[in-house]
Design a protein around this ligand. Structure first.
Ligand SMILES: Nc1ncnc2c1ncn2[C@@H]1O[C@H](COP(=O)(O)OP(=O)(O)O)[C@@H](O)[C@H]1O
Ligand SMILES: [Mg+2]
Length: 244
């Protein structure tokens, strides 16, 4: 089953009289359970893709179907609710709130759910345990290392049990060893917990962890990108592949 489908997407930003065409007739299919790394030069439209998939931005035209939902059919408040149930975002900068502890930061997304305080605490504790941060639950972001902050951000992304994680250069600010730890953690969330992961990255080691690597520059010229019917539908998770 496809978890993510972009069909004939056009995305144009208008800035005054200037029109920036970012994506033109763009097609992409990602299966449930895949760990896809998207690589490519700055300005190619990688972040834009993640924003479209996560419903943070709208396509100029085309269809976006994520977790069985046509996003173009949802209004702003429906999108917010849908996002909180289905999508976890992880960015290069962790965006943790400095005045809240790790535990409270992870509990935040649950404010949109019907869970009571005790349940929210339990869910956040489980998420922190998963990223191996239980012993730092009471720490504030300034009391954590960069890698630890990113682990807390990952806990926050998974606390609602979102099935899809969208990661924008999640290791961009980290040293090699810490980056490897974060990539291993994402890989574990994919293999052991079935998360579908789309990760934009410049990290050349990403291919050691992802099940598919998309070189966006090559992909944009491919028939798979231009024609939704050409997209392969038989890729299995953990199958190493470089799209060319
Ligand atoms: N909100 C915006 N308004 C106008 N242009 C934008 C906006 N966001 C992105 N762009 C333009 O779209 C292009 C792709 O941006 P982006 O998706 O951030 O690329 P990447 O993540 O691959 O570096 C760039 O040329 C950028 O300037
Ligand atoms: Mg970007």
């Amino acid at each position: 089953m496809h978890s993510i489908q972009l069909k004939n997407i056009n995305k144009t930003y208008s800035k005054g009289t200037n029109q920036v065409v970012v994506h033109n007739n763009f097609n992409l299919k990602i299966k449930s359970g895949e760990f896809v790394a998207i690589m490519g030069a700055s300005g190619l439209g990688k972040s834009t893709l993640l924003h479209l998939i996560g419903g943070l931005d709208q396509a100029t035209s085309g269809e976006i179907i994520v977790a069985g939902q046509h996003l173009e059919h949802l209004n702003e408040s429906q999108l917010t609710q849908w996002r909180s149930e289905n999508i976890g975002f992880i960015f290069q900068a962790h965006h943790l709130l400095p005045v809240l502890t790790a535990q409270a930061n992870v509990e935040l997304p649950l404010a949109l759910t019907p869970l009571n305080k005790k349940q929210r605490q339990q869910h956040a504790s489980t998420a922190l345990a998963l990223v191996n941060m239980s012993d730092r639950a009471d720490h504030f972001p300034r009391e954590l290392s960069g890698g630890q902050e990113q682990r807390v951000a990952i806990a926050r992304a998974i606390v609602s049990d979102a099935k899809i994680l969208l990661c924008d250069e999640p290791t961009g600010n980290l040293d090699r060893k810490t980056a490897d730890e974060i990539l291993s953690l994402l890989s574990k969330l994919n293999s052991d917990f079935g998360k579908t992961i789309v990760m934009v990255t410049h990290d050349l080691k990403a291919s050691e962890y992802a099940s598919r690597v998309i070189d966006l520059e090559l992909y944009l010229q491919s028939s798979e990108c231009k024609n939704p019917e050409n997209a392969p539908s038989q890729q299995t998770a953990n199958q190493q592949e470089v799209v060319s």
